[in-house]
Design a protein around this ligand. Structure first.
Ligand code: UDP
Ligand code: MG
Length: 323
C-alpha cells in the first residue's frame, strides 16, 4: 500500500485546518492509500498551534511542525519535504482554494508513471482580485522571458512529486528556494492537471504586495543571471546612443550655437541616475544572495513537532532491516 504524504503550510489558518484535514481524510480513507498529513505552522499568531495539537490527538496520521517564527511559505514547504516519509508527496494550501478531491487525480497520474503532477488554475479570475491577477500574469511573463527554465504559468504550490524528487530537494544546499522553478529545473516525467481555483474559505490572503515582490525577485534571481546580462546590454546601448550625440554637439559648437535645452539635460541625467540605481540594485540582490548563502543559516527553526517519534521509528525500522 502506497504512503501518500500531504504537506500543508499554514499561517493564521485556525479556521481552515480542521476543515481541510477532515476533507482530506474523508477523500483518502475510502481508497487503499495510507495517509500522512503534515501541517507546517509557519509562526501563526492565532490558535493554529492548539488546533493542530487537538487534531493530532484525534487522528494518528496528522502531524504538525511548529516554526519558531514566520519563515514564509517556501520554507514551510521545504520543512514538509524534509520531514515527509511518503512515496509521493503532495503540497497544497490550507485555505481550501485547492480542492482536496483533486488529490485522487494527482495520485492517479502518479500511478500512471508521472514523477511530477502540476496543477494549473483554470479560472485565474477567482484567485483574488484584479491587482493580484495582473501582477501574477506579469510575473510569469517576466519569469519566462528572463529565467533559463520554463516555468508553468498559473501553477501555484499545489502539486505532487515522487519520492525521488523529494530526496533531491532535501539534499540541495541552496537556500532561498523557489520551488516552482526548482521543480521545473529538475526535469523528470511531468504532467499538468487543470482545476478550478476556489475562493478562500476563511481569513485573508497573507501575500501582501511586499511579500509577492520578495517571492518574485527570489524567483528571478534564483534561476538566472540574465538580469545582469540585460544590464550590460542596456549600458552598452545607452553609451552608444550618447556617443552618437557627440558629433552633433561638435557641429553646434563649431557654428557657435550655445547649447540650450536644460529640460532635456535634466531628463537624461535623472533617467540615467535611475537606471544606474536599478542596475546597482540588481547586482546587490545577487551579492546579497551570496552573503546569506555564505552564512549557512538554517532555512527554518522548528519549535516543536510530533514527528520526532516517527523519524526515530523509521530510523529504528531501517536499522532493523539492516539498511
Ligand atoms: N502561508 C505560509 N506562510 C506565509 C504565508 C502563507 O505558510 O508566510 C501559507 C498559507 O497559510 C496558505 C498558503 O501558504 O496555506 C498560501 O497562502 P495564501 O492563501 O495567503 O496565498 P494566496 O492563495 O492568496 O496566494
Ligand atoms: Mg490562498
Amino acid at each position: 500500500m502506497s504512503l501518500i504524504t500531504v504537506i500543508i503550510p499554514a499561517y493564521n489558518e485556525e479556521k481552515n485546518i480542521l476543515l481541510i484535514a477532515t476533507r482530506l481524510i474523508e477523500v483518502l480513507e475510502t481508497r487503499s492509500y495510507e495517509l500522512e498529513l503534515i501541517f507546517i505552522n509557519d509562526g501563526s499568531k492565532d490558535n493554529s498551534e492548539e488546533v493542530l495539537k487537538m487534531l493530532s490527538n484525534r487522528f494518528a496520521n496528522v502531524y504538525f511542525i511548529n516554526f519558531s517564527r514566520n519563515f514564509g511559505q517556501q520554507n514551510a514547504l521545504r520543512a514538509g519535504y524534509d520531514y515527509s516519509t511518503g512515496d509521493a508527496v503532495i503540497c497544497m494550501d490550507a485555505d481550501l482554494q485547492n480542492p482536496p478531491e483533486l488529490v485522487l487525480e494527482l495520485i492517479k497520474k502518479w500511478e500512471e508513471g508521472f514523477d511530477v503532477v502540476l496543477c494549473r488554475r483554470r479560472k485565474a479570475k477567482q484567485h483574488g482580485g484584479f491587482l493580484k491577477e495582473i501582477t501574477s500574469k506579469f510575473f510569469y511573463r517576466l519569469l519566462t522571458i528572463i529565467s533559463d527554465t520554463p516555468i508553468e504559468h498559473d501553477s501555484p504550490d499545489f502539486r505532487l512529486i515522487d519520492r525521488k524528487l523529494v530526496n533531491i530537494i532535501k539534499n540541495l544546499p541552496e537556500n532561498d528556494i523557489f520551488l516552482r522553478g526548482l521543480i521545473s529545473w529538475m526535469g523528470f516525467q511531468k504532467t499538468v492537471v487543470e482545476y478550478n481555483h476556489g475562493l478562500r474559505i476563511n481569513g485573508n490572503t497573507s501575500y501582501s504586495l511586499p511579500k509577492m515582490i520578495k517571492l518574485a525577485t527570489s524567483g528571478i534571481t534564483s534561476f538566472s543571471v540574465k538580469p545582469l546580462h540585460i544590464a550590460i546590454y542596456l549600458g552598452l546601448f545607452i553609451s552608444c546612443l550618447s556617443l552618437s550625440y557627440i558629433p552633433y554637439v561638435f557641429v553646434k559648437f563649431f557654428y557657435g550655437h550655445t547649447i540650450s535645452g536644460w529640460a532635456s539635460l535634466i531628463v537624461t541625467v535623472s533617467f540615467l541616475g535611475g537606471l544606474q540605481l536599478l542596475i546597482l540594485g540588481i547586482i546587490g540582490l545577487y551579492l546579497g544572495k551570496l552573503f546569506i548563502q555564505n552564512k549557512q543559516r538554517p532555512e527554518y527553526i522548528v519549535k516543536s513537532t510530533n514527528m520526532d517519534n516517527k523519524i526515530n521509528l523509521n530510523f529504528e525500522l531501517q536499522k532493523g532491516r539492516g539498511i
